[in-house]
Design a protein around this ligand. Structure first.
Ligand code: MIC
Ligand code: SF4
Length: 644
């Protein structure tokens, strides 16, 4: 067996281990972050379960930390009290980005982790099967229910050789994105192997698995070896180490060979992590802003490298340079050893250990600016500035650009070799910002911005209504439910719903509500890879609140697919992709006997009253998904079952 099959086998609760079949696996650990966590815990409360059933669960506060108004701080208090009630660890604001802290302090090889954040696969760097999901799925895992996935096809990425100076782990994953793109990889998991693995430290491996999320695969994983053990030792956690490797004759569905020695520094260019090119192709372009940080590249090694590169230099007048250390551990270590001082002297603007600029929470670039960032997503407008051009790169490339003020390949800097940063024998360990106090009688704090999740309605016999929006390929959940300045409404569904599709068509919510008042259904038509990116279930909850009943697309990404079903929206795939061109926004559609079709059919004929044509859609649904849709969503479905 390969590593992925071994972990699934040891966690299998339901189903058969055959490609394409649904399996239910046991979840050992969960993580949430504040922007998805409030809803996840509200949903958990709605299940009326008295105890959490996981081995370890952590609630992180890292996304909404700007506190412009009372909403964020109220959410933090809710999260703190609900964590106390159930014995969930609470990592307070300032302690760092969930994925970085989880890797440092909690992740363990061979375990399963479900997180309400799409970059949860960062844990694959330490040999975990770490999967991103919507908040409701995480709430179910807390309640001890299995997590359902399609038994995956496994891609082995066979790494050989060694990275050349100035070429980094980020360039490995950017190369993979160049090869595999951000679409068409649903149902796959990636397993890394080969001699090249030994040349990569745990944080480097985690950079690669983190951005595996951009491929759209379910997760990515590295073996657990001596390097994993020494990382855990340096974190005082060697007791949790187990070896994890594929059998000699392990089988894979596809094998891809990458010789690390042949790679060069790369960029993801605007506006998709899949638009990859070599840095050397763009040298000389003026740079306005450089941001170092995010869960992809804010480890001790990343920040030390940048600090050493800029030491003794001064930032140019027309460049802004932002640094956000990934965790308190990293922040304190660079403060203690003087590297922070080198960054400040250079001209860095030091931010707290949080997501910050990555989620558009501050540091929006100027109009038409070029911003070089070390994070993982550069969707149009995500930075907070629609006209900005965001390039994603390694910390080495980003620092080179900051030093020169123009796009610079780090190999052509005056420094011949990159600074040599040794992995510490001991990291600085201080978990005092993680609270773990169980008190089931604690009073849960609920500020005025916190509301219960909306109730789903049972699927009706027939549906009739309008295509309220037709969109192109690669619509991300950032397009559907913007973050940035709207992030503070994550716990308030009626308010947040006012901003659905704001970057695409701000009149969308009004049109939906008008139909809803007249008891007419709303439908969305989309191209390929609908719902890429963030796991935010709000991209399903808020449209459901506005009366959206179905999404008809050429293809839909995994997490968003599950979120649509969880909130009672039927995901449908065009049987004939050309039909996408034959229908238009505002067309009237009829779904006759849809209830029966969802119950059992594989294909379904939709009537277009406006165009007087029919077209066929596929209902690629598992038995469980059908039952959830009929019930009007997962909360309704499990309310009918006893969980205790
Ligand atoms: C992201 O990187 O897009 C986020 C913000 O971390 C999201 C979660 C969210 O929208 O709250 C994710 O990746 O799932
Ligand atoms: Fe936070 Fe950005 Fe990582 Fe999402 S991708 S968890 S916003 S740092």
């Amino acid at each position: 067996m390969n590593i992925i099959q071994k972990i699934i086998k040891s966690h299998l609760l339901e189903g058969e281990m055959e490609a394409g079949k649904t399996v239910g696996i046991k979840i050992d650990q969960t993580l949430t972050q504040d922007a998805t966590g409030t809803m996840a815990y509200l949903e958990f409360e709605a299940m009326n379960v008295t105890e959490i059933k996981t081995e370890l669960s952590v609630s992180y506060v890292d996304h909404n930390t700007s506190q412009m108004g009372f909403e964020n701080a109220d959410d933090h208090k809710y999260l703190q009290t609900i964590a106390e009630k159930f014995g969930i660890r609470y990592s307070r604001a300032g302690n760092g980005i969930c994925h970085q802290v989880h890797l440092e302090r909690f992740g363990l090889p061979g375990k399963t982790l479900l997180g309400s954040d799409s970059h949860t696969p960062t844990g694959g760097g330490i040999g975990m099967m770490a999967i991103g999901a919507g908040g409701l799925d995480v709430a179910c895992a807390l309640a001890g229910l299995p997590f359902y996935i399609t038994f995956p096809k496994v891609l082995k990425v066979n790494l050989t050789g060694k990275l050349n100076p100035w070429v980094t782990a980020k360039d490995v994953i950017l190369y993979l994105l160049e090869l595999l793109s951000t679409k068409g990889n649903v149902g796959w998991m990636v397993e890394f192997g080969g001699d090249g693995v030994q040349t990569l430290s745990v944080p480097e491996r985690a950079t690669i698995t983190n951005m595996g999320a951009e491929l759209g695969v379910t997760t990515s994983i590295f073996p657990s070896d001596e390097i994993t053990l020494s990382f855990l030792k340096a974190q005082n956690r060697e007791d949790g180490w187990t070896e994890l490797k594929a059998d000699e004759n392990a089988k894979y569905d596809r094998i891809l060979d990458i010789n690390l020695g042949t790679l060069e520094p790369r960029f993801a260019t605007p506006h998709s992590p899949g638009n990859v090119c070599l840095v050397k192709e763009l040298v000389g372009t003026k740079v306005d802003q450089v941001c170092i940080g995010s869960c992809t590249n804010s480890s001790y090694k990343d920040l030390m490298t940048v600090a050493k590169m800029v030491k003794g230099k001064k930032l140019l007048e027309d460049v802004s340079f932002v640094v956000a250390p990934g965790s308190k551990q990293v922040f304190k270590m660079i403060a203690d050893n003087g590297a922070l001082s080198d960054l400040i002297e250079f001209g860095a603007r030091i931010m707290e250990s949080a997501c910050g600029f990555c989620i558009g929470n501050g540091q929006a670039p100027a109009t038409n600016a070029v911003s070089i960032r070390t994070n993982n997503r550069n969707f149009k407008g995500r930075s907070g500035t629609v006209s900005a051009n965001v390039y994603l790169a390694s910390p080495e490339t980003a620092a080179a650009c900051a030093i020169k003020g123009v796009i610079t390949d780090p190999r052509y800097l005056d420094m011949k070799y990159p600074p040599e940063i040794k992995m510490p024998d001991k990291f600085l360990i201080d978990d005092s910002m993680v609270f773990f106090n169980k008190n089931k009688d604690v009073k849960i704090y609920r500020g005025p911005n916190i509301g219960a999740p909306p109730k789903g309605e049972k699927l009706p016999e027939n549906l009739k209504g309008e295509i309220v929006l037709k969109v192109e390929n690669k619509i991300t959940t950032d397009h559907i439910m913007p973050a940035g300045i709207r992030l503070k409404y994550r716990s308030n569904i009626p308010k947040y719903s006012e901003f659905v599709f704001e970057p695409v068509d701000p009149t969308f919510p009004d049109r939906c509500l008008k139909n809803k008042e007249k008891n007419r259904a709303n439908f969305i038509v989309a191209g390929l890879s609908y719902g890429q990116g963030s796991s935010r279930e709000h991209a399903a909850i808020c449209p459901a609140y506005l009366g959206v009943k179905a999404v008809i697309a050429k293809s839909i990404e995994r997490i968003h697919w599950a979120n649509l079903i969880n909130f009672g929206i039927i995901p449908m795939i065009f049987e004939n992709l050309d039909d996408y061109d034959k229908i238009e926004q505002s067309d009237e559609l009829v779904f006759e006997k849809i209830y029966n079709a969802v119950k059992k059919d594989v294909v379904f004929v939709v009537e277009n009253l406006t165009k007087k044509i029919d077209f066929t859609v596929k209902l690629n649904l598992s038995k469980r998904e059908r039952k959830i849709l009929l019930a009007g969503g997962l909360l309704n479905f499990i309310r009918n079952k006893s969980l205790e």
